[in-house]
Design a protein around this ligand. Sequence first.
Ligand code: NAG
Ligand code: NAG
Ligand code: NAG
Length: 306
Amino acid sequence: MDSYGIFFLVLFALGGVHLSKQEVCEPGYVTNLTLNQDYTLSWETPPDETCEIQSYIVFITTLNGTLQYALPTMRPAIQFHTLPECTSYIFRVHQVSTDNVQGLGWSVQLVTPPTSDANLQLQYVRISQTETHARLEWSLEEEWASCASRYRVVIIDEDTNDATDIYTQATFVNLNSVVPCGRYTVGVVALFTLVEQGPIFTIQHTSLGRVTNVPQVTDLQIGSTSATITVELEEYSRNRCALSNLIFDASPSFNLTYTIQNQANRVLPVTITNLVPNTLYYLRISAVNTAGSSNPFLLAIQTRES
Ligand SMILES: *[C@@H]1O[C@H](CO)[C@@H](O)[C@H](O)[C@H]1NC(C)=O
Ligand SMILES: *[C@@H]1O[C@H](CO)[C@@H](O)[C@H](O)[C@H]1NC(C)=O
Ligand SMILES: *[C@@H]1O[C@H](CO)[C@@H](O)[C@H](O)[C@H]1NC(C)=O
């Protein structure tokens, strides 16, 4: 009888040593901490975890570090539908071993989803433009502004069909590359959490006109009674305002107006006839578009003797 008792005591003592060794097993980090589409936060115990994990604990703090909730959970996931909407929190997940030792936490910052009755439609999208600057701006209702994590802006150039795609956290974009009289379609969408987005808000915009740059004379052929002057106008890709006239003003001798029909062709040879031989003419060459008349190119020509 006595010998049996000692035998069991020894076994128990061995077991005790074994248990106390397990107590120092501190779990490592969780992996794959992920926000899922249904607003659950999930994570996993890595395969190389040496401790046996019995549960997890999730600490939810505000961005200034104030602890709001401590949620123990057996499953490697929590739902956070019940938290106030559109608020930034830090979720920190710790593993807890079977011996009740809490490991180090892994954290992620998240914005909680908007409620189902939230108005996620943009209130407006507009472009304000001065001669030198264009700015696109938009707004959500103030109550829901904090819900949007980012905005997506798509700008389509209607003349070339080029599309520009911009993601931003700001509520404006500077439009540095709009072309005078260019036609654009602009769409803005607010993006919420991972998958949800508000309705698209689309506007059409034609940018302000601008007179063309001073025409350039690139070739000149002068006879005794005629002159062929090749004029190069500002590229169509830099100014899409429709051109109407090219003026060769040599007042008081003559003042000629040519109609421009092909908007894409910007190199125009023009022949002026009925000039007087051996005469000096001062020309002011300007181009007229929907925004008005350009500054003139000043040219002096001397016709040949006959
Ligand atoms: C984490 O996710 C990746 C990709 O989904 C998967 O391949 C990997 O097995 C996951 N890790 C664990 C520990 O489950
Ligand atoms: C931290 O932020 C919460 C709201 O986000 C606020 O209620 C609390 O007073 C703040 N605490 C400190 C210490 O600033
Ligand atoms: C020459 O003609 C143009 C176009 O009709 C006109 O705008 C301009 O004033 C004229 N120049 C002079 C000096 O009259």
